[in-house]
Ligand binder design. Structure first.
Ligand code: ADP
Ligand code: MG
Length: 410
């Protein structure tokens, strides 16, 4: 008997019509004889009554004056509302179902409110309900600490709940249902002709997610990868197969992998570039700069160390503090705000010559200056001005012929 974990994101639960699609997917798997664990997010997006952002808005008006413990209690409500509403739909359809909080579903975390890490899974109760032929609906994004406090897992936490449950229950597959047809060659909000990929490796999607593709949380992928549980990212609103995520060797074994150089594009907006050039500065200038950033938890990127100084980027929200810290060191950085980082990603680009040439040509032909670049054996990153982002993504997508990716064939 198959065990399936299905995760439904906020937009899949917004209104009655979308919930009817959710119901259809749950009932289909249940009637096919599978054990079904459903993980739900809070309903809708910002502006919708019970969305996580709306719950936060309720306290923002009071100057956010709520301690972290109570804040997590508030945030955990959105998923419980979704879970109870879905339970009522299943019961009305004659399907036995039970709602569990994250803690009741066995997700035990550390005590870091707002970004708790899972430390243990204890799924006996879930297994009992499944044996009793009940659909288990678990509230995503939440767990319980060792001392019994409700915790939340941070953004994208419901994806993590789903793959953690999948790993602990040795699920046959974890289905991440969302509002797009799968993992696409680029963010469809930016590239209109982005195409769904039939299959990607864990590494590739992790890489895309770390570089800004918010379709699935990288921590969720890492958990699935460790346990070797296949993940499918698919649409709530269609019956498409979506994108299979598994080990590259498994994809090769199934004959659904060919050596593509570039799999897709990802991007991060709101990046600030800092240039600290000071030929007469102290010999350990670079060290001082990065120590200052590290000691204040500022993550740095695009690091380019030169004898005369250093270039690097920080997120826009960290930029004011980063600049202040540099000034405290007696350094005056050159600041370029409103940059974006574009990542060209592909497990197959390792050792493949000419990828950078295609990037430079595509951007140059579109009149887009490259401010900085960096590369690894699976990714090339370029820093550009935010105002060039849409044109850059489209130019690169076309240059790598990603709009021609064979749907279902790769
Ligand atoms: P959910 O509420 O279902 O968790 P998310 O908003 O977290 O949904 O993730 C789905 C969204 O991710 C899509 O609507 C899409 O705009 C965005 N996205 C970004 N990059 C990609 C990509 N490469 N492939 C698919 N979706 C992407
Ligand atoms: Mg999501």
């Amino acid at each position: 008997m198959e065990l399936i974990v299905q995760k439904f994101g906020g937009t899949s639960l917004t209104d009655e019509q979308s919930r009817s699609h959710v119901l259809r997917h749950v009932i289909r798997e249940y009637k096919a004889g599978s054990k079904v664990v459903v993980v739900v997010s809070a309903m809708g997006r910002k502006g919708d009554a019970y969305a996580t952002d709306s719950l936060l808005e309720l306290i923002r008006r009071n100057g956010d004056a709520l301690p972290p413990r109570e804040r997590d209690l508030l945030l955990s409500c959105g998923e419980l509302i979704s879970a109870a509403v879905l339970c009522s739909l299943l019961q009305a359809a004659g399907i036995p179902a039970v709602v569990l909080t994250g803690g009741q579903a066995g997700i035990v975390t550390d005590g870091h409110y707002g970004s708790a890490r899972i430390v243990k899974m204890d799924c006996d109760r879930v297994e009992r309900h499944l044996t009793d032929k009940q659909v288990v609906i678990a509230a995503g994004f939440q767990g319980v600490s060792g001392s019994g406090e409700v915790t939340t897992l941070g953004r994208g936490g419901s994806d993590t709940s789903a793959t953690a449950l999948g790993a602990a229950l040795k699920a046959d597959v974890v289905d991440i249902y969302t509002d797009v047809d799968g993992i696409l060659t680029a963010d469809p909000r930016w590239v209109a002709n982005a195409r769904p990929l039939a299959a990607v490796s864990y590494e590739e999607i992790c890489n895309m997610a770390h570089n800004g593709a918010k379709v699935i949380h990288p921590r969720a992928v890492e958990l699935a990868m460790k346990a070797g549980i296949p993940v499918r990212v698919r649409s709530t609103f269609s019956d498409g197969e979506g994108t299979l995520v598994t080990h590259e060797r498994a994809l090769r074994g199934q004959g659904i992998w060919y050596d593509r150089t570039v799999t897709g594009l990802a991007h991060v907006s709101d990046v600030t570039q800092l240039a600290v050039i000071n030929p007469d500065g102290p010999a350990d200038l670079q060290l001082r700069v990065f120590r200052a950033m590290a000691s204040h938890g500022i993550s740095v990127d695009f690091i380019n160390v030169m004898p005369t100084g250093v270039h690097y980027t920080v997120s826009e929200k960290d930029a004011p503090l980063a600049i202040e810290l540099l000034r405290e060191l007696g350094l005056e950085p050159k600041v370029r705000k409103a940059c974006a980082k574009v990542s060209v990603i592909g497990g197959g680009m390792n050792g493949e010559p000419g990828v950078m040439a295609v990037i430079v040509e595509a951007l140059t032909d579109s009149g887009i200056p490259i401010l900085q670049s960096a590369d690894s054996n699976t990714t090339i990153w370029v820093l550009i001005s935010q105002e060039d982002l849409a044109a850059a993504l489209q130019a690169l997508h076309t240059a790598f012929r990603l709009h021609l990716s064979p749907v279902g064939g790769n």
